[in-house]
Design a protein around this ligand. Structure first.
Ligand code: HEC
Length: 160
């Protein structure tokens, strides 16, 4: 084996090693807010953030996905500023800790949750009034992300 092939071997071993490290670091989303934000929810800031380029008159007004901290804080509030077809979802909470089925943030990302959405206080906020935000993002979340988001809400939706 000459020096070039030894070097090549060393380099491919290094590539393999770093490959493993990278995979471990950016693995499947976990039911923790930091992981959910890094994996998918950070995409929402294209529109839901002060001065966002994608924001329009009709964009929901209170969500702010600028950072993990603002995202978590604003998710503890209620929908506001919705107009037209979506206005019956105004005042609906984004999150119901412990209950994924009544959490608007899950309903905008998961079709089965959207279809079953049924709040006695705001019956008009149903599948026709809840928009599919995966279309707005332009990229669907992974099944693992949806599972992790459900588990996180079920576990009490901590800022973890
Ligand atoms: C391209 C811009 C855009 C992106 C990206 C976007 N949204 Fe929205 N969002 C809107 C607009 C506009 C509305 C108002 C409803 C409508 O027009 O469909 C809205 C409404 C909402 C609502 C209110 C629900 C309802 O009744 O429709 C929630 C909750 C929401 N967005 C969450 C999110 C989340 C979570 C993400 C990221 C996964 C996201 N949005 C990404 C533009 C966007």
């Amino acid at each position: 084996m000459n020096r070039t092939s030894v070097l090549r071997l060393a380099l491919s071993a290094l590539a393999l090693l770093t490959g493993c490290v990278t995979t471990a670091g950016s693995g499947e989303p976990e039911p923790h807010f930091s992981s959910l934000y890094a994996d998918y929810l950070s995409n929402c800031r294209q529109c839901h953030a002060p001065g966002a380029v994608g924001a329009t008159n009709t964009t929901e007004k209170s969500l702010d996905f600028s950072t993990q901290a603002t995202a978590y804080a604003s998710l503890s509030g209620n929908a506001s500023g919705l107009s037209g077809n979506q206005q019956s979802c105004n005042s609906v909470p984004f999150l119901t800790k412990g209950n994924p089925g009544t959490s608007l943030v899950l309903a905008v990302l998961d079709a089965p949750t959207r279809s079953a959405f049924d709040l006695t206080t705001t019956p008009g906020c149903d599948t026709n009034a809840i928009s599919d935000m995966t279309i707005k993002v332009g990229k669907a979340p992974s099944a693992a992300f949806i599972t992790a988001l459900k588990t996180w809400i079920q576990n009490g939706a901590a800022n973890d």
